[in-house]
Design a protein around this ligand. Sequence first.
Ligand SMILES: [Zn+2]
Length: 65
Amino acid sequence: MQCSNCSAPIRGDYHVEGVFGLGDDDESPAFCHSCGKTFPWTERKIASAVELVEVGADLSPEKLQ
Ligand SMILES: [Zn+2]
């Protein structure tokens, strides 16, 4: 695996003593350590979060009346 922006190798073996086991979402870095570019999986997480907010907005009481 490498960064699609700067081709730097992505650190996939980054472990911190005492932090291991917090959750699956923390296994991969959110952005490139070299250029700071967010990785596709990070952008998908953000996009899905935005979609959830938009869906929630559509279900607001004002639009149900
Ligand atoms: Zn990069």
